[in-house]
Design a protein around this ligand. Structure first.
Ligand SMILES: [Zn+2]
Length: 290
């Protein structure tokens, strides 16, 4: 897929996410206020956090759609990893804020006003999040983005959170007012753990990681097929974003026998062609005299 089209498609997808979360946030804010339910209120805040992080992601993809050149010789592709990192931090921040208010609510319980209408509205909100998650995963099949994957996971998690909110809301109305706070605490801990995991994954991508062992081995196999020798440490990935990955391959050649250089050049060319096609990355072969 062309770079520009991929970025505009991602901007469209996240705009849908942004609008949906903003809408859900306002609806839940209203329900939370009218029922005095902390878990519903916190769920609303979480939706606003999601909307803000989507807005940042949209901005990042907008910058990314700018062409490479001048200040950024390899393009703006790595902004995608930055966007993923920022949205992970936002998820963690939402979790911490949520935990704080749950503890506060546990210490100072309020009267909760239950209504089936509010219950239905929130249940509908959970359903919307499920559809949003399916939409993100569906688009990720074609667009393959770390941010999209993270957002898909977040959406399903949010649907689960909203369902737990419902349980808290329901039991708080009938059993004990503090159940609301307990459910809120469980939900916030789930969000915090998920946020830390996402931060870790995105930080790895942001800092730049090498190819996994399985990919390295199959690259070596292709090289061998074309008569190019190297050891496993010879492969280094230079990752400038989704469509700008460069693999540097250090090939070993016999320094006493330089007569076969033209032959080597041909072999290197056919190797890079096959490997580039298979892995959708750019390959450069360097010569390492033995
Ligand atoms: Zn979320």
């Amino acid at each position: 897929m062309k770079r520009k089209t991929r970025e505009s498609a991602l901007i469209c997808v996240f705009t849908v996410g942004f609008v949906t979360n903003l809408f859900l946030g306002f609806v839940k804010l209203y329900v939370g206020q009218s029922s005095n339910s902390l878990s519903v209120f916190s769920d609303a805040i979480h939706n606003f956090f999601d909307a803000v992080s989507f807005a940042i992601v949209i901005f990042c993809f907008f910058i990314m759609s700018k062409n490479a050149g001048g200040e950024a010789p390899f393009g703006y592709g790595r902004i995608e990893y930055m966007a993923g990192f920022i949205s992970a931090v936002m998820i963690l921040a939402a979790g911490v804020l949520f935990l704080y208010s749950a503890i506060e609510r546990l210490l100072y319980p309020f009267l909760l006003l239950f209504s089936w209408l509010n219950f239905g509205i929130i249940a509908f909100g959970a359903l919307i999040k499920v559809f949003l998650g399916l939409f993100f995963f569906g688009r990720n099949k074609k667009l393959d983005s770390i941010v999209l994957k993270g957002s898909g996971i977040d959406s399903f998690m949010d649907a689960g959170i909203t369902l737990m909110t419902l349980v808290g809301y329901l039991t708080a109305g009938y059993i004990a007012p503090r159940a609301d706070a307990f459910v809120g605490m469980i939900i916030s801990i789930i969000i915090i753990v998920e946020g830390i995991k996402l931060i870790k994954n995105n930080a790895k991508a942001l800092l730049g990681k090498n190819l996994d062992e399985k990919t390295k081995r199959s690259i070596l196999k292709i090289a061998e097929k074309h008569g190019i020798l190297a050891d496993e440490g010879a492969i280094t990935l230079h990752d400038y974003g989704k469509n700008r990955k460069i693999v540097i391959f250090d090939a070993l050649i016999d320094s006493k026998d330089m007569s076969g250089l033209q032959e080597f050049k041909d072999a290197a060319e056919s190797f890079t062609r096959e490997a580039s096609e298979k892995f959708d990355m750019e390959f450069k072969v360097c010569i390492l005299p033995k």
